[in-house]
Structure formats: structure tokens, C-alpha cells
Design a protein around this ligand. Structure first.
Ligand SMILES: [Zn+2]
Ligand SMILES: [Zn+2]
Length: 235
């Protein structure tokens, strides 16, 4: 496999996130998710194509080549594995591991990856609920769509920007938490956990929280703006 640059790996990773979330892989969605300008993204997309990681259709939709898809999957897998290792083995809070994983994921040998995988035991997701093995994602619905009175289980935080993770951590929500939607209006959604704690998040944050709900609203894909992954892209 050709060796990708760190920047190329970042792009492949975001493309994979778009693909996983059911969003079209386009330059426009990439630019939105990475908070970069269209020309910057255009240039890098050209490089990814030249290096054999992606192809572009006439309508500008991007597809992974076999190499590209394997590379994207491995970088995403490493990211999630590192996050799980940092929380479960090193005891770092889950709202502080995303940026660390961003740094470590590019410099990881297969041997270290195998050791980390052994160290996390039977955990199947990152601490934010994203599957470590590609293709094992459970579909959910946005918390924002769930009606008052429905029971919910938190599946995943779709956006891992650390400021958002700090906010979610403070709210008391976390993947695996079960409860009931107690209140919902234009400004916030309140989930009452089984232990009686009330976890409130703003309506816009509730768009980024995927849940299993009963009764469940109809599934829908996320909006690209909700997948902005980190402030560091905004620089
Ligand atoms: Zn992350
Ligand atoms: Zn994560």
C-alpha cells in the first residue's frame, strides 16, 4: 500500500465519516465537515485522486478505490482503538481522548495496534460509540427526533469535536445510557436516565446524538454541518 501523508489520511478519514453517516462524498461536504475552503479541499482531492485513493465521477461524487477504502478503514479503526485504549486502559476521561487519537493514529505500527486491541478486551466501539471494526455500525435516529415519553438508549455521539464532547460529558449523557425523553422543545431536549438523573442538551446538540428509541421516529441521515469534527480544522 502506498504511504499516505498525514493530510491525506485526515481527508480519507473524513470521507469515511461522511460515507458511514450516509452523506454523499463530495468536495462540498468535505469542506463543510473540515471547515476548510473549497479551493483547499479541491487541491487535496486532486492529490488523493492522483495518488490512487479515490476516483471522481462526472457529477463530482467521490468514490474510494480499493486502496483508498482499505486505508480509510484502517485509519478510522486505529483512531477508535486508540480512544478506547486511552479511556479503558489509561483512565483518561472520554471527552479528552479525541485530539490525542488524532495525533497518535498516524504513527502506529501493526504490532502496537495488535497489542492495543488485546488490551481493550471485548470493547467493540470507541468511547463515543463508533464501531472499531468497519461495517458494524448500528443505525440509530437523532435524539432531536424522538418524542417525549419514548425510551431511549444512547448509541453514539456523531460529532467528536472536543468542545462538544466536554459539553456532552457535563450534560451526563454517554453512550449506553438508558432513559426516557422527559422534555423536548425548540431550545432543549431532556433525557431522564434510569437512575433519575436529568440530562439536558440544546436542540442543536441533540441533532448529533444518535439513539435507539421506542417508539422510534423514521430514520434520516445527519446534516453535514453536524459532522464538523474539530475546531482545529478551522484554523
Ligand atoms: Zn475521535
Ligand atoms: Zn470516538
Amino acid at each position: 500500500m502506498a504511504s499516505a501523508t498525514v493530510a491525506e489520511e485526515e481527508y480519507l478519514q473524513i470521507l469515511f465519516w461522511l460515507h458511514e453517516a450516509g452523506l454523499p462524498m463530495t468536495g462540498a461536504n468535505l469542506a463543510r465537515a473540515m471547515q476548510l475552503s473549497a479551493p483547499t479541499v479541491h487541491e487535496m482531492v486532486g492529490r488523493l485522486e492522483k495518488d490512487g485513493y479515490i476516483t471522481r465521477a462526472k457529477n463530482r461524487t467521490i468514490s474510494f478505490t480499493q486502496t483508498g477504502s482499505a486505508h480509510a478503514e484502517s485509519i478510522v479503526r486505529r483512531h477508535r482503538l486508540i480512544e478506547r485504549f486511552l479511556t479503558d486502559v489509561l483512565g483518561i476521561p472520554w471527552d479528552e481522548v479525541h485530539e490525542e487519537a488524532e495525533r497518535l493514529e498516524h504513527a502506529m505500527s501493526p504490532v502496537l495496534e495488535a497489542r492495543m486491541l488485546a488490551a481493550i478486551g471485548d470493547a467493540k466501539t470507541c468511547p463515543h460509540g463508533h464501531p472499531i471494526a468497519a461495517g458494524s455500525r448500528i443505525e440509530g435516529v437523532p435524539l432531536a427526533d424522538v418524542e417525549v415519553g419514548a425510551s431511549v438508549r444512547i448509541l453514539r455521539f456523531e460529532n467528536e469535536a472536543e468542545d462538544l464532547l466536554h459539553y456532552l460529558k457535563q450534560s451526563g449523557l454517554e453512550p449506553g445510557l438508558e432513559g426516557t425523553v422527559a422534555e423536548r422543545d425548540d431550545s432543549e431536549v431532556v433525557v431522564e436516565a434510569k437512575d433519575g438523573r436529568r440530562c439536558a442538551v440544546t436542540a442543536s446538540v441533540s441533532e448529533t446524538v444518535s439513539v435507539l428509541a421506542d417508539p422510534s421516529p423514521a430514520p434520516r441521515t445527519a446534516l453535514p454541518d453536524q459532522l464538523v469534527l474539530g475546531q482545529r480544522y478551522g484554523r
